[in-house]
Design a binder for this molecule. Structure first.
Ligand code: GLV
Ligand code: MN
Ligand code: MN
Length: 441
């Protein structure tokens, strides 16, 4: 018996609450950083829910987790939907989880109704979107589209000193029931639901944003290297103080970058000091800079300005400076056909919507390099995100999931073809036993 598939809002809200209890913080948010014990617990819960519904569950060598509901024609690349389950250290309960659990709700709604789609509908939880524990972010989607360097990332140290390779192997091992598949497979399209993480939709009183593009992001790590010395005995002319150089450079950048361009964003979010003792002039100060802009050229000129200001400050304070680029995500546009499919879905559901540009980066931007992709935004209270106070109304959660279901149904019957070169391996080709052992060791 088939019926028209319906989002079960109560079930979705309950799932969001259940996942928010994994890594829950005192202040009502979550700390479920990539490849952590909490991340593994969330992946296990999702996989168990999927097994209980009879879906196929796969993971790949970077621990992207796929759940597939078979369509009528297995030769057609699937429609992919999903987001991520990892969070910031003091993250909210919706950033990533909303899109992941909305995607799972779509699979369940299709299953409840017994609908047979032409294409398979597959969902994904991408690994390490946030990049807060292990840099860079979007590792899972980067690897999926062939621009990631899994081997090179293995020796990356997390903010807690752990080695990515060890945490990745433990994460894969923690889900032995999920079959291993090679990284990257053909998909016909990708759609990600996400909270807007800004104030535009809420201010406009519009429940759905059709995301047309995403601004660019670069992450730099700047180290000023001086000489440790006694705080009380070292006169100014003898000091090689990297802290003095760092604060001067940061203060100057805050004065010259954002005030000159309302579209530019510059954030120093993390700083470490060595040896970090009250009465020792530091030997080294390292900090991160996150820059954002819709224009690639202007991102480059901000980066050049950072380079110049840091070098000037280093010279003035007689210290050395090292600037390393950790992440570079060029601004990108989403596929207009997929945006139109979402637009038509909203029209059929009578849901008001508006076009919007994403200020945050997302896995969808990487996936857009290999498949027609777009995103659906829902408003969050006061535009607050990357904060435990993040909040989305039940109505907006339900609306986002309904639009995703309607969109997935259209795409699963549509004629979109994969952008993957035909030379790539077909999906779900079994990995050799040796390759599986290597990934999990
Ligand atoms: C995503 O988490 C971002 O920082 O934009
Ligand atoms: Mn996110
Ligand atoms: Mn985030």
């Amino acid at each position: 018996m088939t019926s028209s598939p319906q989002i079960n809002a109560q079930r979705l809200l309950q799932r969001i609450a259940d996942f928010a209890s994994i890594g829950a913080t005192q202040a009502g948010g979550v700390n479920r950083q990539a490849l952590s014990v909490e991340d593994r617990a969330a992946r296990r819960l999702l996989a168990e829910l999927a097994f209980a519904r009879g879906f196929n569950v796969y993971q790949d060598a970077i621990a992207n987790l796929f759940i597939s509901r078979a369509g009528r024609d297995p030769s057609l690349p699937p429609v992919l939907i999903g987001s991520h389950l990892d969070s910031q250290p003091t993250g909210g309960r919706f950033d990533g989880a909303l899109g992941t659990l909305s995607a799972f709700e779509v699979l369940e709604a299709l299953q409840d109704a017994g609908v047979v789609t032409e294409r398979s509908v597959e969902m994904v939880s991408w690994t390490n979107e946030e990049g807060s524990r292990f840099s860079p972010g979007c590792m899972g989607s980067m690897a999926f589209v062939g621009v990631g360097d899994i081997a090179g990332w293995r020796d990356t140290r997390g903010t807690d000193g752990t080695r990515l390779g060890d945490e990745l192997a433990a994460t894969l091992k923690a889900l032995p029931e999920a079959k291993m598949q090679p990284v990257g497979h053909a998909v016909s399209s990708f759609v990600e639901v996400h909270i807007e993480q800004g104030p535009v939709l809420e201010r406009a009183g519009i429940p759905i944003g059709l995301v047309t593009s995403v601004q660019g992001t670069r992450w730099l790590e700047v180290s000023f290297i001086g000489e440790a010395a006694h705080a009380g005995t070292t006169p100014l002319e003898f000091r090689k103080d990297p802290m003095a150089a760092a604060v001067a450079a940061i203060a100057q950048l805050q004065l010259v970058v954002m005030p000159a361009d309302p579209m530019a964003r510059l954030t120093v979010g993390r700083m470490s000091v060595e040896p970090s003792s009250v009465n020792v002039i530091p030997s080294k100060v390292t900090f991160t800079i996150d820059i954002r802009h819709p224009s690639k050229e202007l991102l480059s000129s901000i980066e050049a300005r950072i380079d110049a200001e840091c070098r000037t400050s280093a010279k003035r304070h007689m210290v050395d400076v090292l600037i390393e680029k950790r992440f570079d995500l060029a601004p990108g546009k989403f596929d207009t056909t997929v945006v139109d499919v979402i637009d038509s879905a909203c029209e059929r559901l009578c849901v008001p919507n508006m076009k919007i540009v994403s200020g945050a980066f997302h896995d969808a931007l990487f996936v857009s390099r290999v498949a027609p992709t777009a995103m659906i935004f829902v408003p969050c209270r006061d535009g607050i995100s990357h904060n435990e106070a993040e909040f989305v109304t039940s109505e907006n959660i339900e609306t986002g999931a309904k639009v995703l279901l309607e969109t997935a149904l259209s795409l699963a019957r549509g004629a979109m073809t994969s952008y993957f070169p035909s030379a790539r391996r077909p999906r779900h080709l079994p990995m050799s036993k040796r390759a599986v052992r290597k990934a999990r060791s």
